[in-house]
Design a protein around this ligand. Sequence first.
Ligand code: WT7
Length: 649
Amino acid sequence: MSYPYQIKSLEDYHKTYAESIAHPEKFWFDIAEHFQWKKAPSSLDDSLNWNFKEPKVEWFKGAKLNITENCLDRHLEKDANTPAIIWEPNDPEEHYRILSYKELHFKVMQFANVLKNNGIKKGDRVCIYMGMVPELAIAVLACARIGAIHSVIFGGFSAQSIADRLVDAHAEFIITQDGAHRGNKEIPLKNVIDDALMQCPFVKRVIVLTHNRMPVSMIKGRDTWWETEIKKVETQGNPICPAEEMDAEDPLFILYTSGSTGKPKGVVHTCGGYMIYTNYTFVNIFQYQKGEVHFCTADIGWITGHSYILYGPLSAGATSLMFEGIPTWPDAGRFWQIVDKFNVNILYTAPTALRSLIAFGDAPLEGKKLDSLRVLGTVGEPINEEAWNWYYEKIGKKKCPIVDTWWQTETGGCLISNIAGITPHKAAYATLPLPGVQVLLVDENGKAVKGSDSTIGLPEETVQGNLCLKFPWPGIIRTTYNDHERCRQAYFSTYENLYFTGDGCSRDTEGNYRITGRVDDVLNVSGHRIGTAEVENAINMYVDVVESAVVGYPHDIKGQGIYAYVILNNEVNDEALTKQDILQTVTRIIGAIAKPDKIQFVKGLPKTRSGKIMRRILRKIAEGETSNLGDTTTLLDPAVVEEILAGKM
Ligand code: WT7
């Protein structure tokens, strides 16, 4: 079975796109009819209020809903016994779990009652720091059930990073677990929370799920077990938890992400628009058919997991597979074994995961039945042709379209992507904008690049520019938590009346867009976004560091690696040990995901006379360039470049 708003052919795509551009309000108003509202969007004239100057974007303000009624309750009539979540544990020897829509609905209401019992109300911020266990999905949805704003923090972030986020969101409630299994490692999540909480005395309650049952500290009055709390609601006897009525523009969640400056910012998404957008993009891009198994390998700690493990699939009544482990343990055939075991139809993963698996050759594929696969997808970074071809031939057996989905934490869902089997794929291209998405490329001065506007014709030759959006779609970022000016600065101030993505992009003569990578000081390491300034701040905290500069360089598996140029004060005598110390410092301040791959100690950094670091030169050196470093005459001291080149590893 399909969905009435699924695009059916290439012709249908062009027609739908044209309509969505000519009448965006009408387009999304009609899509909104397919959802369950407590009070439906009333008038078309009122469905969108926006300007990119403040910025202000409001879709269907005044309409009322609860996203969990759309993700759970409304499926109970036809799909009570359909699996909502299939959970595959880290260890293949352990038993998997299936939660039907009925069971998930029950567990979400039950845990929502736990949240209420603990004094959590609509609008409160709840931090969730868990591994990929079914209870993570339950916790997220339970927050949404009562209108609490969830802020999921990826399990790889350090105590310091958590503390920064807790302070910024003023989150008084935390949901975590003793520890997580990850390959052959045990990750002590509650311990990390305890370290974070030394800086956050305002936290009132920590609910701790038992999972790997590693020893944890439990503080009387503040910490409580998930299971104990469930027992309490069981004795209270009423399993029902009515869904809180939310305005379409009430915040649903905060998700922190890195930018080119300072600390991560809390991207805010709202209930109505985000729901409509993740659902629409999910059923269209993957052409989801009722009954299929969708396997998105992302972690729910990132936006991909929010949108395409939870809200998109569940709002569509789909079956979403959630995997606790990693692609390479117990061996590099783990993904393929899972596809085989559950007859996965859609596999959505990151190029970095594919590259790491290619390195193991074809042996891990042997004996794995992959013919259930119908659609393959990639996300998070540009995919190189080698990885694309391997995915297409070895995994899809040349029968599965590959959707290359370009989007961002801030966009809520995919904006540029081919539609599986409907619009053509093209290796290394995200291809065409989805309905409602108005793309424009601009030059450095903000001037529109001729032929780059997705709403007007095609270019005569391939054109290139900075990727912007001209018009709001329902899933667009509304604000950065507690700091609206930062939202304006970061996304809406570079070019007038445009949302600027931070990405460079080209467009070919057929209208296909190709993302060329970030044009700001943001790195994409293994599909994770990291700001160079953030890494520099962490390195600079090390006692013997005077100054540092961080740039990205091409990395075979991670896509980008982190290269740090570091100036030490004179007192250091063991450089190898100092490097280890610096890595440990970065791990403490941000998390292991931000550890530099290479550290080069230098005497000076190339700076302009006004003191600005010339990253362009550092980037070239990190990439392995030795001669064509561009103009170095404006440098304060051109000799430092020679010194850096001479000292390069
Ligand atoms: C940045 C956003 C979107 C979920 C995962 C990452 C890069 C994302 C693609 C793609 C080329 C891509 C961009 C973007 N990116 N998807 N298909 N092709 N680049 O979310 O952490 O918010 O990062 O990831 O540079 O700006 P994120």
